[in-house]
Design a protein around this ligand. Structure first.
Ligand code: SAM
Length: 224
């Protein structure tokens, strides 16, 4: 009879070593953790065959610009938030973690949500997934939303109108704060100019140094 301590007994993983390995695949930013593509939880989602196809393939730094802005300028109303074109969803995850907000994470590409769920789990929160396009978000969908934001969502000419019109409906519906972050693509500036001409608001230059380095601009509209 083999003894219970046979050489086939699986070894316990060296948790210190594996944590260290995982830690090198994570960035920490303003109290949330952001995995790189090489993190084991992200690799597992990829292995399962989920392939985002409209650039929802990583965490884009425009999301960090929005997080930094919201941390420094917390809106009064922040119970319900909508992350439009959420991708891996870090901005909504930040709101769920820091403000206990109810977060709807919306994206046209269903393949982003397994990645978002993995990032949310690493941060110990969850958000509600919604497969939807900017052009299909109705005024009715926005009526209970306190904050609407989107990181790097106006990157093609064809997105200028849909993003602008979604903001028009958000203003109409009474959304309190709107923040769109961008690495300063011409399409973003075109949308922002048109929007400010209609509703007011401002474009702010924003810069991050430290763990995440980024520069860009934020379209900010206060509608309260
Ligand atoms: C550059 S990624 C940014 C993702 C995320 N906001 C971030 O900052 O990490 C753009 C996201 O917008 C989504 N998207 C593109 N066109 C869309 C549309 N018409 N309606 C909704 N989402 C769209 C893509 O699927 C993708 O996840």
């Amino acid at each position: 009879m083999p003894s219970s301590k046979s050489s086939n007994t699986p070894k316990k993983p060296n948790s210190k070593a594996s944590n260290k390995q995982s830690d090198s695949k994570l960035r920490r930013f303003r109290g949330v953790v952001m995995p790189y593509a090489g993190h084991s939880s992200i690799r597992a989602v990829k292995r399962a065959g989920h392939e985002p196809s409209i650039h929802g393939t990583k965490l884009w730094k425009s999301s960090c610009l929005i997080i930094d802005y919201l941390k420094k300028n917390p809106p009064k109303r922040r119970k319900r938030v909508l992350d439009a074109g959420c991708g891996w969803g870090i901005t909504g995850i930040w709101c769920a973690k820091h403000w206990d907000s109810k977060v709807i994470s919306m994206d046209a590409d269903a393949a982003v949500f397994p990645y978002l769920d993995a990032v949310a789990e690493l941060n110990g929160v969850s958000t509600k997934s919604w497969v939807q396009r900017f052009e299909k978000v109705r005024k009715k969908d926005l009526e209970k939303v306190d904050i609407l934001f989107g990181g790097d969502i106006c990157f093609w000419d064809e997105l200028v109108k849909p993003v602008g019109k979604m903001i028009d409906r958000a203003i109409d519906a009474g959304v309190g704060t709107i923040v769109i972050g961008d690495p300063e693509r011409p399409t973003f500036h075109e949308m922002a100019e048109r929007t400010i001409a209609k509703h007011g608001g401002e474009v702010l230059d924003w810069r991050l140094s430290g763990a995440v380095k980024a520069t860009g601009a934020l379209l900010v509209i206060h509608n309260d």
